[in-house]
Design a protein around this ligand. Sequence first.
Ligand SMILES: Nc1nc2c(c(=O)[nH]1)N[C@H]1C(S)=C(S)[C@@H](COP(=O)(O)OP(=O)(O)OC[C@H]3O[C@@H](n4cnc5c(=O)[nH]c(N)nc54)[C@H](O)[C@@H]3O)O[C@H]1N2
Ligand SMILES: Nc1nc2c(c(=O)[nH]1)N[C@H]1C(S)=C(S)[C@@H](COP(=O)(O)OP(=O)(O)OC[C@H]3O[C@@H](n4cnc5c(=O)[nH]c(N)nc54)[C@H](O)[C@@H]3O)O[C@H]1N2
Ligand code: SF4
Ligand SMILES: [Mo]
Length: 711
Amino acid sequence: MESTTKYRTCPLCEAMCGLAIEIQDNKVLSIKGDQEDPFSRGHICPKAVGLKDIHEDPDRLKQPVKKTIDGWKEISWEAAFDEVTAKLQNVQAKYGKDAVGVYQGNPSIHNLGTTLTSPGFVRSLQTKNRYSATSVDQLPHHFAGLMMFGHSLLLPIPDIDRTDFWLILGGNPLVSNGSIMTAPDIAKRMRAISDRGGKVVVIDPRRTETARKADQHHFIKPNTDVWLLLAMTKYILDQDKVNLRHLEPIIDADELAQLKDHLSPYSLQLAATKTGIVSQDIQQLFDEFISAKSAVCYGRLGVSVVEFGGLCHWAINLINILTGNLDHPGGAMFTSPAFDIVDKRSKGKVKFNRWQSRVRGLPEFGGELPSATLAEEILTPGEGQIRAMVTSCGNPVLSTPNGSALDKALESLEFMVSVDIYINETTKHADIILPPATGLEVPHYDVSFHMLAIRNTSKYSAPVFAKEEGAKYDYEIFQALTKRMISNQLPEEETARANILMQLKATPEMALTFGLNKGGQVNFSELKGNPHGIDLGPLIPCLTERIMTIDDKLHLTPKLFIDDLERLNKEIANTTDGMLLIGRRHLRSNNSWMHNSYRLVKGPERCTMLIHPKDAASFGITNGQQVAVQSKVGQVEIAAEISDEIMPGVISIPHGWGHHRPGIQMSIAKEYAGVSVNDLTDHNLVDALTGNAAVNGVPVRLIVALRLRSG
Ligand SMILES: Nc1nc2c(c(=O)[nH]1)N[C@H]1C(S)=C(S)[C@@H](COP(=O)(O)OP(=O)(O)OC[C@H]3O[C@@H](n4cnc5c(=O)[nH]c(N)nc54)[C@H](O)[C@@H]3O)O[C@H]1N2
Ligand SMILES: Nc1nc2c(c(=O)[nH]1)N[C@H]1C(S)=C(S)[C@@H](COP(=O)(O)OP(=O)(O)OC[C@H]3O[C@@H](n4cnc5c(=O)[nH]c(N)nc54)[C@H](O)[C@@H]3O)O[C@H]1N2
Ligand code: SF4
Ligand SMILES: [Mo]
């Protein structure tokens, strides 16, 4: 058969790159960037070819497997669905609904079927023990969106194609390819800022790949951005540089006046002391930002997974609002997505702290509890203890703080089921694994990332290959489970019952058709006729229509943020002296699960501890030496990589490694095991306001064994 080229969006990260995939007889010949994709314009990163490896990976599961004393055995789908739901119902009958916990990981929102149908299944469990990767990631963004704009999905996106000044705190988009900012080909877009006379400034404890390409970089002591951001907000107010533009009518003048009082402690001098950035540099940064024609302040993981992540994102929004850069070209803008998941019916509803976690009393957000408390909810006896778990698209043993505790906790469960494609550090604890078709075998539409993109675009990708015979799509799995879970909860009335059962038959394409028609910008057949995607133009000011607060006002001073300043103020006089641990990402890696692709893991060891030459000298560490790193909760041994790209007092270890644990069935990943940084991160370190895990800025100690010389 002749080779053909299929076009589709890469589902691996948030960038939504268009791919041109050449295939012949069910084989991938090549994966290249799609030059005709109007959004990604041919951009691609090395991970995209990993899709071929996932497609062909002999370790990938295609049939349900059940753990037996003789190892994993394939079982039929029907038997698996029956057993899973019977076991979950049994645990709930014995201990109550909350005894079943559920954790949903990152690929949940990169899979159309899972995005659309897993929520129904989770609801059918009727449990308060819901967890996800959100609380080890972007929760503070959602929190600030909810409190200030009225909806957790109203997230301001940096309009980097038009900005004159891009301030990046704790983000490394040249490697991550952008997050809460879907923007394929960041490098080109960054260069364009400089070419039009603009400026990019990066604030990061590491001179990252992005920092090296930026116009300016400042090192910052981890976990101190909050002082800088609040000082900047205060500075804008003190300088009388407030310019609310079209948002003035929806901002309360009293709130603006009160803001100034609340911010009085946060001087530029205090910011300098806390962050380690010299005050002249801080002032220059503030002045340049304020006077730029357009400017945007953007923060990502380095200001999200820290102890004051909530306040950081509040301040970031304030800075953009007060300088006239929110909802304005070149600033931070909102999308007008073709498939809009902001549900108007939730207007004014604040889904926060409606219940708390049983053991530590951490607040619920959007129906979920913080993942940092999952292990103790399983391990602590008492009413409401989790006795069975469902995981889907997640590897929390490697991804959540104190992963070793969770490893033990999962072992103690009465029953566990995982919807996943691999037997890995988390799913090895399951009794049954249900593997969906994935990657090139599934239809794709980025419901979430079109919402977070720097342009309004819309794109549907048909599957490149049919799923294997006997395999199931993710939506088929969730629908089958939901149907069984609710079979005895269905209403008596015939039509109501028929309605629910019909919804449980809807394919993702049917849901897409419905959602797109509701939005009225494009329809499904247009999308099918445009496999490179459709550009719907630059972001447009829309906040005054999209705002979801009950009073249609934008709130500058939600009480929860103001109250949290008290927690911050207790830190004013505190100083920390020891070493602090932060994370890092690599272009050829994707969280914990793509290390089974040889082409992505080969080459020099990447799971190393970056340390500054001065620190290395004072601890007597040489390059490549094994060092024991200890935290409150654990210890790992790792090779040191000495480099002045990291600031003194800080070490960096990437997450997602640690594939040495027994029982995993990923043959290549095992050979490139590394260690898990989340065996060091502390489940007790959370942003008390939002419940988000603080995996950046963890205090650690280094222990260097005396090296024995031979000869
Ligand atoms: N220390 C530290 N910890 C971190 C971070 C950090 O920077 N530092 N980053 C955090 C962030 S941002 C995130 S998002 C989380 C990620 O945390 P998780 O989402 O828990 O972890 P992943 O590594 O993304 O695991 C993805 C899982 O989905 C499975 N999978 C892949 N494709 C499919 C599919 O199509 N269907 C199904 N059903 N399963 C699939 C994989 O096999 C794997 O088990 O980690 C967080 N943890
Ligand atoms: N190649 C690749 N791409 C990915 C992923 C991946 O694993 N690999 N994961 C995807 C996911 S799930 C996400 S959420 C995104 C994340 O996207 P990003 O947030 O852009 O990625 P990170 O590399 O975690 O960047 C965080 C930066 O914060 C810095 N930092 C740490 N602590 C602090 C601090 O206290 N203050 C400041 N100012 N900076 C600090 C770190 O040095 C790092 O450079 O990436 C996505 N893209
Ligand atoms: S940047 Fe992200 S979306 Fe683009 S090819 Fe790489 S992994 Fe795929
Ligand atoms: Mo993430």
